[in-house]
Design a protein around this ligand. Structure first.
Ligand code: NAG
Ligand code: NAG
Length: 369
C-alpha cells in the first residue's frame, strides 16, 4: 500500500471520528451496516468452554455482534444454556455422588443417550455443577478452564450483554436457539412461550430488537411467529435427507432438502426472517475435501427475501477444508480467514464462528442494524 492510499484511509478514519460523537457511536449514520454479521457461536468456544459467561464475555469483548446461547430447560421450568439436555458432556455432574442415581437412558430426538438430563434437575441443583470443555482432545487449552464457570441462565446472559453494552458503547445482540422443542413439549416443559416472555420482559420487542430466535424444527417457528415480532431463523441440518423432529411421522413431513429448494425457501420465508444452513449447503466439499463449487442456495434464499447465516466456522485443522490446513496436527489452527473469504464471496450475510475474532478481522468498522 502506497502513502497516498494510507493517507486516504487516515482521512476517512478522521472523518468518521469527527462525525460520530464519542459518546454515541451507536447512532452515527456514517458507519456502514455490519456485514457479515458475526455471531459468537456458543460464545467464543475456540478459547473458553462453550456456553459459559466467560465464553460469551470474551466473544463480546472481541467485538462479536451477537452471542448465541443454546437453550434447554430444567425440571422447575428455568431456561439454561447448554448444547444438550444431557449434562455429562459439558459439566462435572459425573463427579457428584449425590446425583449418581439420576443417571439413566433417554431417547432424545431419535438418539438413545446415557447420562444426566436437565429435566431431572432443579436450577438450584444445576447451579452446584461446574462447566467443563466438550472436546478436550481438540481444545486441550480450554480444558484448563474446567471448573471455572457455572451453567448460566438465559436471564444471566441477557444481564451480561446489557451490562457490556454500557462499557462497549454498542448494541450487543442475543441469538438464542430453542433445542429439542418437540421433546420438551412431550415431557410437559414447552419452551417457546417462556423464551418469548423472557425476551419481551427484558424489553426486546419487534423486528429491530437485536434478537434472532432459531430452531431446527418448523412447527415451533410457525408458532413463535404468532407469539412475537422478534426475528426468527430456520436452521438446516447438514444431512438433507433428515426431517426436522416435528416433521418426523407427519404424512407430508418435510426434509431439510425439501426446505432448501427455491420453492422450499419461499415457504420458509412465510415465517422466518433468515436461514441458518450448515455451510455445506452453500459451498459443498469435493472428494478431496477441498471447497467445491458454490450452489445457488444464497441467491435462492435472497430471492425469497431471507438473510443467510451459515454455521459453523472453526479454525482448527480438523474442521477446515484440506487446502486451508496448516501442518499435520488436527488441533492446530489453520487458515480460517481464507475459508470465510470464499463464503463472503458466495454472498452470505452473517456467520456463526467458534473464533469470532477471525471473521471480525476481515470486516470494516460498522454498526449493528
Ligand atoms: C443404556 O444405554 C447404554 C448405551 O448408551 C446401553 O449399553 C444399555 O444397555 C442401556 N440400558 C438400558 C436399560 O436400556
Ligand atoms: C414476564 O412479566 C410478567 C409481568 O410482570 C410476569 O407475570 C411473567 O412471569 C414474566 N415472565 C417471564 C418468563 O419473565
Amino acid at each position: 500500500m502506497g502513502h497516498q492510499a494510507m493517507g486516504w484511509i487516515l482521512l476517512a478514519g478522521l472523518a468518521i471520528t469527527a462525525a460520530a460523537p464519542a459518546t454515541d457511536s451507536i447512532s452515527s449514520d456514517n458507519i456502514i451496516e455490519c456485514k457479515p454479521l458475526v455471531i459468537g457461536h456458543r460464545g467464543a468456544p475456540g478459547y473458553v468452554p462453550e456456553h459459559t459467561l466467560g465464553s460469551y464475555a470474551l466473544a463480546i469483548t472481541m467485538g462479536a455482534d451477537y452471542i448465541e446461547p443454546d437453550l434447554v430447560i430444567t425440571k422447575d421450568g428455568k431456561l439454561i444454556a447448554r448444547h444438550d439436555n444431557e449434562l455429562g458432556f459439558t459439566t462435572d455432574v459425573s463427579e457428584h455422588p449425590e446425583f449418581a442415581s439420576r443417571r439413566r437412558n433417554q431417547t432424545v430426538d431419535g438418539n438413545e443417550i446415557n447420562g444426566w438430563f436437565t429435566e431431572d434437575f432443579t436450577l438450584e441443583e444445576i447451579k452446584t455443577l461446574r462447566a467443563i470443555e466438550r472436546i478436550p482432545d481438540i481444545r486441550p487449552g480450554n480444558a484448563r478452564l474446567n471448573g471455572a464457570y457455572t451453567v448460566p441462565t438465559l436471564q444471566e446472559i441477557i444481564d451480561l450483554a446489557k451490562s457490556l453494552q454500557v462499557s462497549q458503547q454498542r448494541v450487543i445482540g442475543i441469538y438464542p436457539e430453542i433445542k429439542h422443542s418437540t421433546y420438551f413439549k412431550n415431557i410437559g416443559l414447552p419452551m417457546e412461550q417462556l423464551v418469548v416472555d423472557t425476551l419481551h420482559n427484558n424489553s426486546y420487542k419487534g423486528r429491530d430488537a437485536p434478537i434472532y430466535i432459531q430452531s431446527f424444527e418448523v412447527g415451533n417457528l410457525k408458532e413463535l411467529k404468532g407469539m412475537t415480532d422478534l426475528r426468527l431463523l430456520q436452521l438446516y441440518e447438514s444431512d438433507k435427507s433428515l426431517k426436522p423432529f416435528d416433521q418426523v411421522g407427519l404424512s407430508n413431513g418435510l426434509t431439510y432438502g425439501d426446505m432448501s429448494t427455491p420453492e422450499g425457501l419461499k415457504e420458509v420465508a412465510t415465517y422466518a426472517y433468515a436461514v441458518g444452513p450448515d455451510k455445506s449447503y452453500i459451498i459443498p466439499r469435493d472428494s478431496n475435501n477441498h471447497l467445491g463449487t458454490p450452489t445457488s442456495f444464497v441467491q435462492d434464499a435472497h430471492a425469497a427475501g431471507l438473510k443467510v447465516h451459515p454455521y459453523t466456522f472453526r479454525a482448527e485443522n480438523t474442521f477446515l477444508p484440506s487446502e486451508y490446513r496448516n501442518g499435520d496436527s488436527p488441533n492446530a489452527m489453520g487458515d480460517l480467514s481464507s475459508e470465510i473469504r470464499a463464503y463472503l464471496e458466495a454472498g452470505i450475510d452473517g456467520l456463526f464462528s467458534d473464533q469470532p475474532d477471525i471473521p471480525l478481522r476481515l470486516r470494516d468498522p460498522c454498526k449493528l442494524q
